[in-house]
Write a protein that binds this ligand. Structure first.
Ligand SMILES: Cc1cc2nc3c(=O)[nH]c(=O)nc-3n(C[C@H](O)[C@H](O)[C@H](O)COP(=O)(O)OP(=O)(O)OC[C@H]3O[C@@H](n4cnc5c(N)ncnc54)[C@H](O)[C@@H]3O)c2cc1C
Length: 381
């Protein structure tokens, strides 16, 4: 859909066109191969860095481009439109989730050591918050660090770490305070190859090209200068960073819905049943029209949340609404669009089948729909 928008300058639109061409040229042709290899080659991060895509919103001092936030909005939508959850997951965790903590809380040395190489595609970043026993309830994490002189020694388990195998460093949430609850959590940058770090791949329903790992920290020694921000102040940082994560999740999901609708529109216009194209049947035309209007509503909600974020506002409720609406729609749209393909949509290699598998994750990762509803209810009721 192309319409004038209050959010996008001609400059951003030109960037979007360039980025779409880049993604279609350098990513789309390889996705099937990466899906079967269960891995994205490291070179792709370097290629993205050369195109300037890994540091759109980061300062020039650390290799970034300091572009408007709506450049990131366009990039995230286009990543989603590739129609591959694993790929967009890997790239967005790197740029809009893991490295966010370095930008928010890292000092100059930490930014030079980790953020700059990540923006330049020389290092791959991962975020390790979730644990086998604690996902939605971040305050329940158990992975803990004890002090040993000036150093910390980390022990515990992390689950579902995107880029877990490819990563050079992990931003990890670790308990440093006594007792339980949100008060005693800190964030550390942990070298992924440090002694005591074990990474084990996990097999998933979808997101096949994204390397997801379980990570064990078995007395991993980290220096005091690997602590991000203040000791025991990690929980607030995580809650703040989640806002960007949710805006990104919404935009990526909208891109995926665009992709599902485009696949369905093309197929339903060509495939003939009972003497006419599938779209010749009113029930189908109306279903697609309905999904398209829901997509536009979700898109505008996500743009509004993105605009609030770009104005420096902490808009927890709007970010949660954007994530909830866009991700629930992505799951619904993938199912409804698959239906229009009949049996051809059920073939493992069909792009719509892959979207169906991949989008199932979006209402779970980055905060489940139930948690989004809780956040909205907390602030609105
Ligand atoms: C492929 C993949 C990639 C991921 N990547 C990362 C990553 O890079 N880094 C990272 O840290 N994590 C990652 N995650 C973890 C993801 O963010 C969590 O799975 C998610 O936050 C949910 O946590 P959980 O799985 O522990 O579910 P739980 O928190 O145990 O929830 C189980 C169910 O209970 C519901 N529930 C929980 N609390 C409430 C409540 N108060 N009211 C009503 N219902 C509730 C949930 O909505 C859910 O339906 C990834 C997960 C997957 C599958």
């Amino acid at each position: 859909m192309s319409v004038d928008s209050i959010y996008f300058s001609p400059d951003v639109e030109a960037f979007r066109t360039r980025t779409r061409r880049f993604l279609r040229g350098h990513v789309t042709p390889h996705l099937q191969e990466w899906e079967s290899q269960r891995r994205i080659p490291r070179d792709i991060w370097r290629l993205f860095a050369e195109e300037g895509l890994l540091g759109l919103h980061y300062p020039r001092a650390y290799g970034g481009r300091e572009l408007s936030f709506f450049h990131s909005v366009a990039y995230l939508e286009e990543l989603g439109r590739l129609g591959n959850g694993g790929f967009r997951g890997a790239m967005s965790v790197h740029s809009y989730m893991a490295t966010t903590y370095l930008q928010m809380a890292g000092d100059h040395c930490q930014k030079l050591k980790y953020l700059k190489p990540a923006v330049q595609g020389e290092m791959i970043a991962a975020l390790a918050i979730t644990e086998p026993q604690a996902g939605s309830d971040v305050s329940g994490i158990r992975c803990a660090a004890r002090t040993q002189g000036d150093r910390y020694v980390i022990r515990g388990s992390k689950a579902f770490v995107t880029n877990g195998l490819n990563a050079d460093f992990l931003v990890a949430a670790v308990r440093t305070g006594d007792g339980e609850g949100p008060g005693g959590i800190s964030l550390f940058v942990v070298d992924a190859r440090a002694p005591g770090v074990t990474r084990t791949p996990v097999e998933k329903l979808g997101w096949h090209c994204s390397d997801t790992a379980s990570v064990e920290f078995d007395d991993v020694v980290v220096e005091a200068d690997q602590l991000l921000g203040r000791k025991n102040a990690g929980f607030l940082l995580i809650m703040k960073a989640f806002q960007l994560e949710r805006i990104a999740a919404a935009l990526l999901a909208i891109g995926e819905t665009d992709c599902a609708l485009e696949l369905a529109r093309t197929y339903a216009n060509e495939r003939r049943v009972f003497g006419s194209a599938i779209t010749g049947h009113q029930v189908v035309r109306h279903r697609l029209a309905e999904l398209m209007s829901h997509t536009e509503a979700a898109r505008q909600l996500a743009y509004h949340a993105a605009w609030l974020h770009s104005q420096g506002k902490l808009a927890m409720s709007q970010c949660a609404m954007a994530k909830l609406r866009a991700t629930e729609l992505a799951v619904e749209a993938a199912g409804q669009c698959l239906q229009l393909f009949g049996g051809h949509g059920y073939l493992a290699e069909a792009p719509i089948a892959q979207l169906f598998r991949d989008t199932r994750l979006v209402t779970i990762a980055g905060g489940t729909s139930e948690i989004m509803r809780e956040i909205i209810a907390e602030s609105e009721l």
